[in-house]
Design a protein around this ligand. Structure first.
Ligand code: ZN
Length: 117
C-alpha cells in the first residue's frame, strides 16, 4: 500500500489515497472509460480523502446510475468515481492517471469488458 496524492489538471481538485499499485489497474472498454482513457484502482472510502475542490466536482451518471463519475467543472479531468463494491460497501474508483508522478509503464493492467454489459 502506498500513500499518494493526486488531482485534476487545473489543481482545484486534490486528494490523497492509500492505494496498492502492485495490484493490476482496471482498463475498461466501455464507452465512458474508453473515451476518457480511465485506468482505475478501487479503494474503500476510508482510504481516500478529498483535500480540496469538493465544490468544483460535478457528476455524470448513466445506465444504472450507480456509479457517480466525478470530474472537475473547470478543467474536465475525471479524478475518481464513487460507487459501491460487490459487497455493497462505499468504494472509490481512482483514476490512477491523476496520481502525482505515477509511472504508468510500471503498472500492470487488467482489461475489463465493460462494453459487453
Ligand atoms: Zn480541474
Amino acid at each position: 500500500m502506498e500513500h499518494r496524492k493526486g488531482g485534476c489538471h487545473c489543481g482545484k481538485v486534490r486528494y490523497e489515497v492509500e492505494v496498492d499499485l502492485t495490484k493490476p489497474v482496471v482498463e475498461c472498454n466501455c464507452s465512458i472509460c474508453g473515451g476518457k482513457g480511465l485506468l482505475l484502482s478501487f479503494v474503500p472510502t476510508e482510504q481516500m480523502t478529498v483535500l480540496s475542490g469538493e465544490d468544483s466536482l460535478t457528476e455524470y451518471r448513466f445506465n444504472t446510475e450507480k456509479i457517480v463519475h466525478l470530474f472537475c467543472k473547470v478543467c474536465g479531468t475525471e479524478t475518481f468515481a464513487r460507487g459501491e463494491g460487490p459487497d455493497g460497501k462505499a468504494t472509490y474508483a481512482i483514476n490512477v492517471r491523476t496520481l502525482d508522478e505515477v509511472d504508468l509503464a510500471t503498472l500492470s493492467r487488467m482489461p475489463y469488458d465493460g462494453k459487453a454489459l
